[in-house]
Design a protein around this ligand. Structure first.
Ligand code: XMP
Length: 509
């Protein structure tokens, strides 16, 4: 069955991903493409409407972003937002100019409630503005539908041509009736069916995978993380044991992690082999203290181990847990560049695959989580805090030894246990301990000690791009310090890292 689809054409605005999200939240599939996407390369099956996004430029700039004019002739409704409105205006012969006063932030809006776009919207409401240019003269056949103090034409429409446009940003939460406006466009104007639900999506993806890969051998590197687990589960539901998963234990995992993760994989029903390569990794990391060097060594060795295992399977395809933001971040709308995060160090080079299978490439992180839950993947696996590919290697500052790793593992286990006891495990984004090579003097049972400093790092964040140190209760910090020093040999002092990002980063290395 062809599903209803909205095409979002990206003119470079800040909120483009948000537009896609809002459409999806209304149960309709949306796809983001660069505005200059090759028109002939697109599949228009199920296309119900097009949204043109905002953007930082002026339509009269020489290098102003443009789209193929055939998009206007597809006979589906079009909604222009901000630059999108100015672009429509410009293309149809109206005048756009730099206004006397720009508008930034919350602004009162007055609308014509008779417009289909403004059904159930109050005549006066608050919207989010972010512009300096504006429409000063509309093209022939277009009618004004809204105004603000500084923008006399804040929305227009041409019902015959099925074109609607707004100068403000309905996708931003500060626009009081933003969701109504988007919903009106999707449901009343584009006549979309709101059929997109996670349960259906899982079924769709699985049946699509089944059709394409039912007689193929497929291989997947599992990392313990959410994305690779969900991607592998989907493929496994489609082709069963023809999916061969490989879990490389590099010896840099947290306490009991390898066995817990393997247990979860078995519970999900994945055909998975654990390869214990920890000795080799530790050998290669001996006396290496530079963080980037550590990352490189781990990444390369990971690929080497995986290549060796995958070669034996002689698989046709490789599964990757690439998600939608990865594709957008790595060059909007262009071919997917795989983030090195996904399989620690990139793609195997020595094996030729017929292709990549990326079942999550249209989904946002929280959609992946929801999908994972709908597939009955255990909650602990889905709600796991992010864990870096190089693992504890970048949480032991300086060179790595088994003893130092043991100290990080044990202190980290105490931290995880107490964070869970305080029910902070879902509100804190990431929490871990760091082994520092700094030795300090202490006293235990009248005896002088000379042991290491352990740092606790716990941060809150939305996306790992900006973070704040979590305001952990003081009693919890005291308990952590006391437990770590008493229970873990080699710990002489515990400190709490209160650095935000920027200027710090989450990990210490
Ligand atoms: P930073 O330390 O840059 O971390 O603030 C941002 C997020 O990325 C994780 N991280 C990594 N993940 N390989 C990974 O797979 C790495 O080399 C790596 N370095 C940092 C970090 O844990 C945080 O979630």
């Amino acid at each position: 069955m062809v599903k209803d689809k909205i095409l979002v054409l990206d003119f470079g605005g800040q909120y483009d991903q948000l537009i896609v999200r809002r459409v999806r939240e209304n149960g309709v599939y949306a796809q983001l493409h660069n505005c200059d996407v090759d028109f002939d390369s697109l599949n228009f099956d199920g296309l119900k409407g097009i949204i043109l996004t905002g953007g930082p430029q002026s339509v009269f700039d020489e290098d102003a972003p443009k789209m193929d004019e055939r998009f206007f002739k597809l006979n589906v409704p079009i909604l222009g937002i901000c630059y999108g409105m100015q672009y429509i205006n410009h293309e149809f012969g109206g005048t756009t100019e730099t206004l006397e006063k720009g508008e930034y932030g919350k602004t009162p809006l007055y609308v014509n409630v008779k417009s289909k776009l403004f059904k159930n919207v109050s005549q006066e409401s608050t919207i989010w503005m972010n512009h300096r240019d504006g429409v000063t003269k509309m093209p022939k056949g277009f009618k004004k539908q809204a105004r603000t103090m500084n923008t006399p034409i804040a929305a227009f429409e041409n019902v015959e041509k099925n074109i609607y446009a707004v100068q403000f940003h309905p996708e931003v939460v500060h626009s009081e009736f933003g969701n109504e406006i988007i919903k009106n466009f999707l449901i009343d104007i584009c006549k979309c069916n709101q059929t997109r639900k996670m349960g259906n999506i899982a079924e769709e993806i699985i049946s699509d995978l089944k059709e394409k890969y039912k007689d193929s051998k497929v291989v997947c590197a599992l990392s313990g993380g959410v994305d690779s687990s969900v991607a592998a589960t989907l493929v496994s539901r489609a082709i069963g044991d023809n999916l061969y998963c490989i879990f490389v234990d590099h010896g840099l995992l947290r306490k009991n992690e390898a066995s817990e993760v393997m247990k979860a994989y078995k519970q999900i029903g994945l055909n998975v082999k654990k390869v214990d390569a920890s000795k080799k990794f530790l050998e290669l990391l001996k006396n290496v203290s530079d963080p980037e060097e550590k990352r490189k060594i781990i990444g390369n060795e990971f690929i080497r181990v995986f290549e060796k295992e995958a070669k034996e399977i002689n698989a046709d395809y490789l599964v990757q847990g690439t998600i939608y933001p990865d594709i957008i971040e790595s060059g909007k709308g262009k071919a997917s560049v795989i983030k090195s995060h996904h399989n620690v160090g990139g793609l195997p080079e020595k094996i030729e695959f017929k292709g990549l299978i990326e079942p999550l490439k249209d989904l946002f992180k929280d959609e992946v989580r929801e999908l994972g839950l709908s597939l009955n993947i255990p909650k602990e696996q889905i709600q796991r805090q992010p864990f870096p590919g190089p693992g504890l290697a970048i949480r032991v500052i300086g060179d790595i030894t088994e003893e130092k790793l043991e100290i990080v593992r044990e202190t980290d286990a105490i931290l995880r246990e107490e964070i869970k006891n305080y029910e902070l495990d879902t509100s804190v984004w990431q929490y871990f301990t760091v082994y520092t090579p700094l030795k300090t003097v202490g006293v235990k049972g009248d005896m002088r000690t000379y042991d290491n400093v352990i740092a606790i790092r716990a941060v809150t964040s939305e996306d790992a791009m900006t973070v704040e140190a979590a305001k952990l209760p003081y009693q919890l910090l005291e308990k952590l310090s006391s437990r770590m020093i008493n229970e873990v040999k080699g710990v002489g002092r515990v400190v709490y890292d209160i650095t935000s990002k920027p200027p710090g980063t989450i990990e210490w290395e």
